[in-house]
Design a protein. Sequence first.
Length: 425
Amino acid sequence: MSTILVKKSGSLRGEVEVSGSKNAVLPLLAATLLTDEACEIADVPDLKDVDVMSKLLMSFGAVVEEDKGAKTVKVCAKTITSNEAPCPLVKKMRASVLAMGPLLARTGRAKVPLPGGCAIGKRPIDLHLKGFRTLGANIESTEDELNYGYVEAVAAKLTGGEIYLDTRSVGATENIMMAAALAEGMTLIENAAQEPEIVDLANFLNKMGAKIKGAGTDMIKIEGVKRLHGAKHTVIPDRIEAGTFMLAAAITNGDITITNTLSNHVKPVIAKLRECGVSVDDTANGIRVRAGRKFLTATDIKTLPYPGFPTDIQPQFMTFLATASGPSVIWETVFENRFMHVKELNKMNAGITIPEGRKAIVPGGRSLKGAKVRATDLRAGAALILAGLTAAGETEISDIYHIDRGYAKIIEKFSSLGADITRTV
Ligand code: EPZ
């Protein structure tokens, strides 16, 4: 079982380029099922999740050409030969559910295994299904002979409608937007998620001939069209990777320039780091983060849907706060179980307590100690790398497949900044 070894490293310094966004490229790839023409996605990150999504598209009959050197993926779903997602692939990646909307719109049917929960929460898809029902689909849940759950959506025709999302769900907003693109008439998504990845998807769909307005606000209007054509699109930079390197500068008292980053996508992280005394400045092609002072002050964090503080940067920020001077409180309002990393950080002397499910108290001012720890999910794994950079001695992180799902070339990137980090085989 391979692990990542991190030794106490000095201040990280230098420049690092962020890859294309995992959470943008996955819906973009799913959207290519909406047309029988060729699409090309550029600046695709080299991630396990992208490989799984490519295999998933091929299982539906699409021709997929990944060129990792050129960072492009070409997809042509000229003929859809299956509208059932294979179980093993879906189990590997929750984002497989994003194929439902396109398959339903393109073929009138979509059947996917229930993605199931994961370390950070139950991850239901009730809002996705609520949207499909509003567009006219009949939804059935079935179980196979092994009692494994599937959900099937069938609709002879999709007709526009008004959908209110009880929770600002990123995936539900994306799935409904893709299905509505080919529905007859107007669809309105109210209380829509506003993440930059949704804007990126809407931009790609509009390049394909869709008529979508309001992406990035809480109300998205989609005027259905009869068909969509192929298009080329470049993925937006990964704001969560950018935030992770911003925290690396803060926790090691370093000076890192992060390129290929849009600072307006990481405003909450910039604001909270500045509250802690970290300098953050725009540069010609990114952001420069400097933590001049030895001890930085603490601040409280509350995760919220965009444009609030991103839940995907909560574990990394918590790690930094464990070393900042003074106590802080972290509220995790998006997922019901996204403190799995606390147990691992406490093995490193973080001293964090969880008085109630969604509230963590970080005492701060701790000198972390190296330990054997486990990545419980993708972002928790990144947080443990940050902890290892500043902890005395050596930190060995297992279950690193989580990290490889969402961070391209993470060892090389941290090493180029001066981190003492290696992957054991
Ligand atoms: C996306 O997941 C991201 N993944 C997540 O990133 C991110 O944490 C999350 O959005 C929130 O920003 C991708 O984009 C591939 P949600 P998604 O639907 O779409 C509840 C990472 O580390 N909900 O916005 O699955 C849900 O339980 C990953 O990169 C329902 O109740 O998240 C959660 O509490 C982790 N019913 C909340 O909404 C539904 O039908 C937000 O979930 C759907 C969601």
